[in-house]
Design a protein around this ligand. Sequence first.
Ligand SMILES: Nc1ncnc2c1ncn2[C@@H]1O[C@H](COP(=O)(O)OP(=O)(O)OP(=O)(O)O)[C@@H](O)[C@H]1O
Ligand SMILES: [Mg+2]
Length: 330
Amino acid sequence: MARGELMKKLLASYGRDEDFRAVAEQIIDEEEKKNNRALARTLRKTLEAGPQRTQSAPKALAPLIPFPEAAADFVERIEPEHNRNDIVLSAANVRVLLGLVKEFRRADEIRQHGLKIRSKMLFCGPPGCGKTLCAEIFAAELGLPLFRVKLDRLISSYLGETATNIRKTFEFARKQPCVLFFDEFDALARTRDDSGEHNELRRVVNSLLLFIDNMQPKGFLIAATNLDRSLDAAIWRRFDEVLWFDKPEAAMIARFLKLKFKNVPIAFDPARHSAALEGYSFAEIERVCTQAIKAIIIERRKQVQERDFNRALRDEARRRAGQARLAPII
Ligand SMILES: Nc1ncnc2c1ncn2[C@@H]1O[C@H](COP(=O)(O)OP(=O)(O)OP(=O)(O)O)[C@@H](O)[C@H]1O
Ligand SMILES: [Mg+2]
């Protein structure tokens, strides 16, 4: 079978242990047939070293219910690419998230006592500070599939004949243990604010909020927004927890720099630049690190020098200044 087809099959089997193993074996057989013996041996060893059965794995993956076809336009499955070692979180957020994980794992017992578990979260904070990344890692930690709802599409489609599809999506999330992620939730909040002619749209948005209100997800519902203080109270109160993802202060920046240069030969201590990077988002700091690392590849050097870092930092500062100039225009 063509490699592309096998890869597709492999990804489609995600979360189904037996199917995954079968496809992996097929890939190994193909490599053997192609005489790539060393690769086939390594792959087989890796496969054998992995968890043998789902129940022996530390985080059992949730079984997947087929996703409603009709919702495919505005909901997409996101495959996790990161794990908990890839994110720098504030101590407060770590505490809340660990609390939620514990609660989720004891959900049945808690419910038996007639208590509700917290399952709806709002992530607030400026761009590039880890809201989406955290949703991805949180889902992966729990072994739950992550589905991202494209709100702008959902809102416009709601006006047409696809209302049933939305209901189906919510029904799906009620049955399927998953993390349903409403990225850019601001779209909703903004529409609510819009005055005048968009009455119909506002009615639709309000009923969507009602759906969220009434839903008791089998897993979690997470909404992310750039707006925080300006979100109206009616939206706030729908969430069991609100987490802030602020721009990092120096200590978190130092941890982040250490992480980014973990496997890179470096001739200076990047933590020295932590204070100078205050006010930058993680995504911006990441760009500085990436550019500094690229310099040694381009110039075929062995170590990242402080000047590489400084140059990348200057570029980022220039970019930010440009952004600030554009802000009033946008
Ligand atoms: N707290 C963090 N720890 C580690 N890396 C981070 C963190 N925050 C952001 N990053 C890096 O920046 C990238 C962008 O972050 P992310 O998409 O999570 O931001 P966001 O808060 O969702 O932004 P937006 O509001 O624009 O959607 C991540 O993929 C990651 O590489
Ligand atoms: Mg995001």
